[in-house]
Design a protein around this ligand. Structure first.
Ligand code: PHE
Length: 350
């Protein structure tokens, strides 16, 4: 009888006990190893045949093996106490639990939170206005009467509801209807940032039928284009970084006069239109990227909102959240509609 044999027996017994989650099987193993005719006792009988010195030495090893098997069995029985008989499985409550997944805000919600923070810092209050809106707020009050060609740019989803004095109902095609609602609700000074969903019947790789806009409106005494430009520069620097510059390009909106399209210097070529290797920049046209519309509030619009254009002036701008967000991140999505996809393979990347 060798010490190695005893060690092997001990290891085999412990491995079997640990693999077992069932009481009957544990009882069987107890008999096999520790029973009267069990394996340990067989070894003990053989001890008698050994020389005295060897006997003490091997006897000690055998005793240790017996203790180890007994202890393992004892713990295994305890672990089985709370369990229903006959179940084959058990689980080890001391194992570390699998990590639970922590989600994060959607890319668009992250952008909205940041836009809100930037404008809050200069005293603009975030507001929300109805997404299902009367034609009057969306168009007429904004100086776009029925059948006016300017409406072509703002095709809307109309809702089948009985028309009222304010016309038919539609899903807001832009956040500018919030300008009117805000003026009717509050006297100047007004500093609003209206962030909301907009709907237009367009769907292709660069248009989703649902998207977001953020609309700023500032009305007070003596507001001029300098204020507009200063505030837009502030936003561009905060949102896109201190290196970026903006410019105003004349444009035409019915609800602002004068009106501008706002451009920002391209990040890739730093507004030069050419890369350092002399090639034309592939992201922008001549160093500038288009951000969105803005302008000085038209007197007609002030009057619609019950504000006296002789006393007050203001500016407004309305830009796409998805658009500025993609420009900031340098995201080049093959299809803008992917932003609305619930596919975790996309969402997990941000
Ligand atoms: N409402 C315009 C649009 O959706 C943007 C705009 C808002 C322009 C405010 C000027 C002033 O395109």
């Amino acid at each position: 009888m060798e010490k190695d044999q005893i060690h092997n027996l001990k290891n085999e017994a412990i491995a079997q006990i640990l693999r077992t989650g069932n009481k009957q099987e544990l009882e069987r193993l107890q008999i096999v190893y520790l029973g009267r005719k069990g394996k340990i006792n067989q070894f003990l009988k053989e001890l008698a045949r050994l020389e005295r010195e060897e006997r003490t030495d091997i006897g000690k090893t055998l005793n240790e093996a017996k203790k180890a098997i007994e202890n393992t069995l004892k713990t295994a029985f305890k672990r089985n106490l709370g369990k229903k008989e006959k179940t084959e499985e058990w689980f080890d409550i001391t194992l570390p639990a699998p990590k639970s997944q922590i989600g994060h805000l959607h890319l668009i919600s992250q952008a909205i939170a940041e836009i809100e923070r930037i404008f809050a810092a200069i005293g603009f209050t975030r507001v929300r206005h109805p997404e299902v809106e009367w034609d009057w707020y969306s168009f007429e009050a904004l100086n776009m009467p029925q059948n006016h060609p300017a409406r072509d740019d703002f095709e809307a989803f109309y809702v089948q509801a009985p028309p009222s004095k304010k016309g038919q109902m539609c899903l807001t095609p832009h956040t500018s209807s919030g300008q009117i609602r805000e003026m009717l609700a509050h006297q100047p000074p007004i500093r609003m940032i209206n962030i909301g969903r907009c709907y237009r019947p367009e769907s292709d790789i660069s248009h989703a039928p649902v998207f977001h806009q953020f609309e700023g409106l500032y009305i007070d005494k003596n507001v001029n284009i300098g204020h507009l430009k200063g505030m837009l520069s502030y936003f561009a620097e905060e949102f896109f970084g201190p290196e970026r510059k903006i410019r105003l390009r004349p444009y035409d909106f019915r609800f602002t006069e004068p009106s501008f399209e706002v451009d920002i210097t391209c990040d890739l070529c730093q507004g030069k239109g050419r890369l350092s290797n002399g090639q034309n920049c592939r992201v922008c046209k001549e160093g500038w990227l288009e951000l969105g519309g803005s302008g000085m509030t038209h007197p007609f619009v002030l009057k619609s909102g019950g504000v006296d254009p002789k006393k007050y002036s203001g500016f407004a701008f309305g830009w796409g959240v998805e658009r500025v967000m993609m420009m900031k991140a340098g995201l080049n999505l093959p299809d803008l509609r992917l932003l609305w996809s619930p596919d975790l393979r996309i969402l997990n990347q941000f």
